[in-house]
Design a protein around this ligand. Structure first.
Ligand code: CP
Length: 309
């Protein structure tokens, strides 16, 4: 049986092409399972998983919890705002207390880049990064890859544009690593102030004009402006950002070909994307959410299988 090359999922950067192919193939199988009348399998019976969320989340938290329950795992949920973290408890103390309750796997979202890596060096459980600051969001990139493959019929040689706040986006970085490993061409597009200085060194095309990026690509992944991570103003006003980088139906309909529209969520409707685009037949936003459960089932199953072997 094929196995992953790693016992944690900390970032896409650490995965091999074979790892990604295995996760996507396993996710396709689980997608069939969750569309059957009986959607639960016993694969992770007697495995206990802790979901530790030190930062807000809707999609990722619910998707992991559902994936774990579909695999018959025992699940405990932790939100920093309702915990003893507010009384000064450290990350390691918090996690060690949870592990003392015999937890096998930890899914963690944290506002600091590197938090999942730090944890993996200090505890025995399998660690899955559910987003660490502006660093990586590996399961988002995997579900995006699966969604692109299903929409475009493949990834090799396809042109994918990532548009918006590249500087603060863990989704952008994980997508770049994942899509390049799968043979896609990647372009990033956004204001100069929201473009990291190192971005060209990642081998991506850089474009500052939205229309040119959209004309070039087969699929556009529209990112939200992460105001919560912005300590200074990166553009004059939201109105100006919308005029330069907001995707509306008029622009979409004027393109020379039909492109696929993606968004990792949460959407700021009327900012990076208008409602008529988000809800159009070119949008695969809800397919991304559906694929999220299957991809997370695949990651959990493969990491647990590796621990047993
Ligand atoms: N895409 C994503 O990570 O969404 P949440 O912040 O709601 O989990």
């Amino acid at each position: 049986m094929s196995t992953l090359s790693t016992r944690h999922l900390l970032g896409i950067k650490d995965l091999t092409r074979a790892d990604i192919d295995l996760i996507l193939a396993t996710a396709e199988n689980f997608k069939d399972v969750i569309n059957r009348p009986i959607r639960k399998v016993p694969s992770l019976r007697d495995v206990t998983i802790a979901n530790l969320f030190f930062e807000n989340s809707t999609r990722t938290r619910l998707s992991f919890e559902l994936a774990e329950k579909r695999l018959s795992a025992d699940v405990i949920n932790f939100s920093a705002s309702a915990s003893s973290v507010t009384k000064g408890e450290t990350l390691i103390d918090t996690v060690n207390n949870i592990l003392a309750m015999k937890t096998d796997m930890v899914v963690m979202r944290h506002p600091n880049a590197g938090a999942a890596m730090f944890l993996s060096r200090h505890v025995k459980a399998n660690i899955i990064n559910a987003g660490d600051g502006a660093h990586e969001h590996p399961t988002q990139a995997l579900l995006d890859a699966l969604s692109i493959r299903q929409s475009l019929g493949g990834i090799e040689g396809k042109k994918i544009a990532i548009v918006g706040d590249i500087l603060h986006s863990r989704v952008a970085l994980s997508n770049i690593f994942c899509l390049q490993k799968l043979g896609a061409e990647v372009m990033v597009c956004g204001p100069t102030t929201l473009m990291p200085k190192y971005i060209s060194s990642l081998g991506v095309k850089v474009e500052f004009n939205l229309r040119k990026a959209l004309e070039w690509c087969d699929a556009a992944n529209m990112l939200r402006i992460q105001l919560e991570r912005q300590d200074i103003r990166y553009f004059p006003s939201l109105r100006e950002y919308i005029m330069q980088y907001g995707l509306n139906k008029e622009i979409l309909n004027s393109l020379s070909k039909k492109i696929t529209i993606m968004h990792p969520g949460p959407i700021n409707r009327g900012v990076e994307i208008t409602s008529d685009v988000a809800d159009s037949d070119q949008s695969i936003i809800l397919d991304q959410v559906e694929n999220g459960v299957a991809v997370r089932m695949a990651v959990l199953y493969l990491l647990a299988s590796r621990s047993e072997s």
